[in-house]
Each structure stands twice: as C-alpha cells, then as structure tokens.
Design a protein around this ligand. Sequence first.
Ligand code: AMP
Length: 228
Amino acid sequence: MDGSNAMAAPAVLILLGPPGAGKGTQARKLTDRFGLVQLSTGDLLRAAVAEGTEAGKQAEAVMKAGGLVSDDIVIAILRDRMSQPDCAAGVILDGFPRTAGQARALDSLLAESGQEIAAAISLEVDDAAMVERVSGRYTCAKCGEGYHDSFKQPETAGVCDVCGSTEFKRRPDDNADAVATRLEAYHAETAPLIAYYSDQGVLKTVDAMADIDSVSDRMAGIVQDAFA
Ligand code: AMP
C-alpha cells in the first residue's frame, strides 16, 4: 500500500442485466468517462480458461454451455481482483453478483474493505431482442471494440474503427443455444437481485433498449449523482 489511493468513500457500481443488455459496452464507456476500473467476472473467467488455471479448467465447460460457474470459484476470483490497488478508488462490477450468495459475499467483502455500493443499475431489455443482439456480436481481438453483424459493422470492412486491427473474435457462448441457457440463468438466479438492491435503497433502472449513446448518457447521470 502506498497510500496514493486513499480517497474518501471508495464506491462500487453494480451493473445488472441479461446477456446482450450492454453491461460490458456501458461499463467501458463509464471507465473512459469517470476513470473507474471495469471488473468483469466473465473476462476474468475467460482469462483463467485461456491460462489453463485450476479455476479455468473447472469453469470452461459450464461457460461454454451458458450455465453459471460456482459461487466459490467466482467469489475467489473477484476477491483476488478487488484486493489489487487499482480497485481501491472504486470499481464497476460487470456481471457480478449473479446469485444471492454472490450478493451476500460482496456485502461482506465491502464491509471488510470499507467500500460501499454507490448504485446497482438494472439494464432493462426485451428478452426476444437479446438472442439476436448476442448471436451476431463480435469484438476486435486487439482493443475489444464491439461490433455486430446486423447493427454495427466496421466502417472499412474487416478493419477495426478504433485501432486498425484486422483480427476479430467471437465468444464460444454467443450462440442461440447458450444464449437461451444464459437468459434462463439470468431470470432464475440474477433477476431476484433487483429486489435485493431495491431493498438496500441503491437500485436504479435504465431502459437499455434505447441507442447506446442515450443509455450511456443516462448512466453517466446516475454515476455522477451516485459518486458525488
Ligand atoms: P459474461 O461475460 O458476463 O457474459 O459471462 C460469461 C460467462 O461466464 C457466463 O455465462 C457464466 O458462465 C460465467 N460467469 C461470469 N460471471 C459470473 C458470475 N458472477 N457467476 C457465475 N458465472 C459467471
């Protein structure tokens, strides 16, 4: 600890929403705008799979099928990442918590570290549109910029608008079967957290069917108020 992050009331922002709601896209925009750290448990798990760690080996098949990885694995990964110094000034949680057990574990972790939940933003979308959104999406392999077969192609075919890379990738769980399972998991395990955070007085809802920039302006307003 060098003390450089000793800011008042470090706070945590939670993004809730089904696959395709735009959690990752919006989290990236908020990090650019507010200098917060984006913490995606999906990204951390994909990295663990790529590195072949024990947690990654246990998570791989579940993730591919669209199920939820066990709370023990995900909480351990989150705990480890949150203890790193860059998270001390506040983080945006993208994809965590996803179960009641994870939400309780987060409450304990934050109580230990003196952080608090500034807001839990629920991105509200129509399920039917999510399968199409998720099935057609891909990202730049280098900078992570998001694209979509129907909604957002690069200006020059095959070249990333942001960094010029010509390599793109698709997630193995962005197919119709896995998306259906991911939506089911969302409704069964994660949607109940909307009431959990409403009871804590930190819930905000956003119409995430609107265009990306309108959603992002609305979310920026919430963050500004919450982190004020
Ligand atoms: P995401 O990138 O957030 O869509 O997550 C991709 C996949 O990683 C999910 O479908 C789950 O299999 C797994 N995953 C990510 N975050 C969690 C979490 N908080 N709890 C359980 N599984 C998770």
